[in-house]
Each structure stands twice: as structure tokens, then as C-alpha cells.
Design a binder for this molecule. Structure first.
Ligand SMILES: [Zn+2]
Length: 77
């Protein structure tokens, strides 16, 4: 399990790709997965995030939990 992901991608309450809540605990994505596909929903609150894809990555912003940038995730690998 990856423990140091920011809450909007690592909280594990909501699926970041479907926005559905998982009672079993959503699967927390790996940094490698996030490198391939940006998140769409905040893992902590399930809000749809504003996502901007760049040639070298992406950022995703939850209005409540803030912005996650893929370059920050890669730095943690
Ligand atoms: Zn949120």
C-alpha cells in the first residue's frame, strides 16, 4: 500500500476513476497507475476534480482537498 500519496488520490474512500464509494475500501492507486491515467474524482470526498493533462503529466484539483500534480507523485517514487 502506498501511504504517502496526497489525500485526493490516496485516501482510498472513493475510487478515483469512477467516483463510487467502496465499503470494502477502494483500491489505492500506485504511482505507476497514476502516471498512465489521471484521477477523475477525489479519493477523499468523491467530488469530480478539475483535471488538466499536460504532455509531461497532469494535475487534478479538488475544490476542497487541493491540487495534486503528477510531478510531485513521481518525486516520491
Ligand atoms: Zn476532496
Amino acid at each position: 500500500m502506498v501511504r504517502d500519496l496526497p489525500a485526493p488520490v490516496g485516501a482510498g474512500v472513493y475510487n478515483i476513476y469512477t467516483g463510487t464509494r467502496s465499503d470494502e475500501g477502494a483500491t489505492i492507486p500506485t504511482a505507476a497507475q497514476l502516471g498512465l491515467e489521471p484521477p477523475r474524482f477525489c479519493a477523499e470526498c468523491g467530488r469530480r476534480m478539475v483535471v488538466q493533462v499536460r504532455p509531461d503529466g497532469w494535475w487534478a484539483k479538488c475544490s476542497r482537498h487541493g491540487l495534486v500534480d503528477s510531478s510531485e507523485l513521481e518525486a516520491r517514487r
